[in-house]
Design a protein around this ligand. Structure first.
Ligand SMILES: [Zn+2]
Length: 217
């Protein structure tokens, strides 16, 4: 397991969210690019089994990278203020996510644990999962994604604190390169009370029950 200190990557977090409009090629151009990659891999894109592949890959890409179509801050905007004085931690744990390594364009698959300490406003829990997906379904690095999720929640809900822990396996480590299956990378981003108050952070870590106490505390 490796742990990356949040301070190391804060400066790299994209300021444009969603990213600025890029010059998107046509579907035909995307499919042609897939044919090129098939030839590069050493196969014949015209053979029967591969004929429909460029179209399927292009459609898969629409699904894999659907996050570029959503604005995480918009997702969070509908909040509820009537919380009857509830001011305890809200934790969503073990949320599966699928993301894509921006260095190799292969899957990063893992689980997210997201918590915040409300400050008069709460958000529907499905919204937290949607924010996770909005960032996951992009070309990513895990460290950046961890910080992006925390910052979006912090900016829109203005809670007393936010904690995000991601643990994931990177296919660029398991199926290529060093070939090390079974390795999970763990990243965390703690803000507000989760950063400043050890008891709050420990409570969160014990709720997600991951035994990271010594590493992340
Ligand atoms: Zn990679």
């Amino acid at each position: 397991m490796s742990k990356v200190s949040p301070s190391k990557f804060i400066a790299k977090v994209a300021t444009v969210d969603p990213p600025a409009n890029v010059d998107r090629p046509s579907r035909d151009q995307a499919e042609e690019a897939v044919r090129t990659l098939i030839r590069w891999a050493g196969d014949d894109p015209a053979r029967e089994g591969l004929r429909g592949t460029p179209e399927r890959v292009a459609r898969s890409y629409e699904e894999f990278f659907a996050g570029y179509e959503s604005d995480p801050r918009e997702i969070l905007k509908r909040t509820f203020e009537e919380v009857e004085g509830y001011d305890e931690m809200v934790v969503l744990k073990d949320i599966r996510f699928e993301s894509y390594c921006e260095h190799h364009m292969v899957p990063i698959i893992g689980q997210a644990h997201i918590a915040y300490l409300p400050n008069s406003r709460v958000v529907g829990i499905s919204k937290l999962a949607r924010v996770l997906d909005a960032y996951a379904k992009r070309l990513q690095i895990q460290e950046k994604m961890t910080a992006q999720i925390a910052k979006a929640i912090d900016e829109v809900l203005e809670p007393k604190g936010v904690a995000v822990v991601l643990e994931a396996a990177h296919q660029c480590m398991t199926t290529r390169g060093v070939h090390k299956p079974g390795v999970n990378m763990v990243t965390s981003h703690m803000m507000g009370a989760f950063r400043e108050d050890e008891a709050t952070r420990k409570e969160f870590l014990s709720i997600i029950n991951r035994g990271y106490g010594a590493v992340l505390a």
